[in-house]
Design a protein around this ligand. Structure first.
Ligand code: ZN
Ligand code: ZN
Length: 359
C-alpha cells in the first residue's frame, strides 16, 4: 500500500431474513449462524465504528437469477420451496421457503456490490454468500444460487472488465469456474484442499481455463494437514504476480474460514493468522488496483468460534481497527512430505499458468 492511508468505508450486509432457512438440526449450516456474527460484531464494537454501516440485503433480481440458472432448475427449487419436499442435492436438503431464502442470501452479495459501485462504501462484508458450488443446472454443497456468478454478471453489466474472484474457501469453487472458464475478463484463483479426496472432487491444477480464458482459471491444491508456512509460501509465490498481471477493477474475496485447523469438515491446519495474512494482502491489492473495491463473502466455516473470529479478522482488516486474535495452536507443523508436495504443486501452477499468461 502507498503512504497515503485510504479511507475504508465498510458495509456489513445483514438482516434477520438471512436466517429463514432450515437444513435440519444435524446439518453443518444451522440457524443462528448469522445472528451470531452480528452479535459478535456488536460485542467487539465493530458495528459502532464510524466507517461501518449496516446494509439491509435485497433479494436477488429475477433477471440475474435467470442469467445464472436454467429455468428447469429454478422451477425445481420453487417446487421444493412450496412443498418442503425433496432435496437440492444429497448434502443440501430442501425446506419450505428455500427459494425466497436463497434469493435473499445470494442477493446479499449483489446488494454489497451495488453499495460499492454507487460509492456508498469501499468494501462490504457479508456473513452469507460464497455459494460457489452451484452451477447453471444444479445446486449442491450447501449452495442453491451462485451469488458469485450473479455478482460477476452484475459487474459486467455495469462496465467492469476485469473481475478477480479470490476464492480461499478450502473447497474448490467448482460451480463458479464453469461460468467463466473461457473468459479472460474474470480471473478465479481458488486455493483448496486436494480434490482427490475432498468435495467437490474438482479443481485440478491442470484446469487453467480454455480459449482466450486460458491461464485465468487458477487452481492450487494442498495436501491434508497443510499449515501456515506452506500456505503462505504458495500464496506469496503465486498470487501477487497474478494480481499485478491482471490489475483487477473489482475483487470478490472468499476468506475461507473452513481452512482453519478447528474446522470439523476439512483437514487443513491453518490458523487465523494466515487467514488474516491473506485478507490483508487482498485488501491492499484492492486499494492498489481497484480503487478499494472489495467485497468479502464468508463462504464456508463450520466451527462457530472460528466463524466469529474470522468475522473479527475481516472487519479488522477492512476498517483498519485492531482486533486481537485469540492464541492459536495448530496440532501439527508442516513436515517434509507436505513441504515437498506443496512446492511441487506451486511449481506446476506457475509453469502452467504463468506461461499461458506470459508472466
Ligand atoms: Zn480499505
Ligand atoms: Zn468450503
Amino acid at each position: 500500500m502507498s503512504a497515503s492511508i485510504p479511507k475504508c468505508e465498510v458495509g456489513f450486509i445483514w438482516s434477520p431474513e438471512l436466517e429463514t432457512f432450515d437444513f435440519g438440526s444435524k446439518h453443518p449450516i444451522r440457524v443462528g449462524r448469522f445472528q451470531m456474527v452480528k452479535d459478535f460484531l456488536e460485542e467487539t464494537r465493530f458495528l459502532e465504528h464510524p466507517n461501518v454501516k449496516v446494509i439491509r440485503p435485497r433479494p436477488l433480481a429475477d433477471s440475474l437469477l435467470q442469467r445464472i440458472h436454467s429455468s428447469e432448475y429454478l422451477k425445481k427449487v420453487q417446487r421444493i420451496s412450496i412443498t418442503g419436499e425433496g432435496e437440492i442435492d444429497i448434502d443440501t436438503p430442501g425446506f419450505k421457503g428455500i427459494y425466497e431464502n436463497a434469493k435473499i442470501t445470494s442477493g446479499a452479495t449483489v446488494t454489497g456490490i451495488e453499495a460499492i459501485i454507487s460509492g456508498r462504501v469501499n468494501h462490504f462484508y457479508s456473513p452469507t454468500g460464497g455459494f460457489h458450488h452451484a452451477r447453471y443446472e444444479t445446486g449442491g454443497g450447501f449452495c442453491i444460487f451462485n451469488d458469485v456468478a450473479a455478482s460477476v454478471y452484475h459487474l459486467k453489466g455495469q462496465g467492469y472488465e476485469r473481475i478477480l474472484i479470490a476464492d480461499f474457501d478450502v473447497h474448490h469453487g467448482n460451480g463458479t469456474q464453469t461460468y467463466f472458464y473461457d473468459d479472460p475478463g474474470v480471473m478465479q484463483i481458488s486455493f483448496h484442499e486436494d480434490p482427490e479426496w475432498m468435495y467437490p472432487h474438482d479443481g485440478f491444477i491442470e484446469d487453467i481455463g480454455e480459449g482466450s480464458g486460458r491461464g485465468y482459471n487458477v487452481n492450487m491444491c494442498f495436501p491434508m494437514d497443510s499449515g501456515d508456512d506452506v500456505y503462505r509460501y504458495a500464496f506469496d509465490e503465486i498470487v501477487p504476480s497474478l494480481i499485478n498481471f491482471f490489475q483487477p477493477e473489482f475483487i470478490l474475496f472468499l476468506p475461507g474460514f473452513d481452512g482453519h485447523y478447528d474446522d470439523p469438515l476439512t483437514h487443513m491446519n491453518l490458523t487465523m493468522d494466515t487467514i488474516s495474512y491473506v485478507a490483508e494482502k487482498i485488501h491492499a491489492a484492492a486499494h492498489r488496483w481497484a480503487d478499494g473495491r472489495l467485497g468479502v463473502i464468508s463462504g464456508g466455516g463450520y466451527n462457530r468460534e472460528v466463524f466469529r473470529y474470522g468475522a473479527g479478522v475481516v472487519m479488522s482488516v477492512l476498517t483498519g481497527r485492531k482486533y486481537e486474535i485469540p492464541p492459536q495452536t495448530p496440532p501439527f507443523e508442516d513436515d517434509e512430505g507436505i513441504w515437498s508436495e506443496v512446492k511441487e504443486n506451486t511449481r506446476k501452477v506457475k509453469d502452467l499458468v504463468f506461461s499461458a499468461l506470459g508472466i
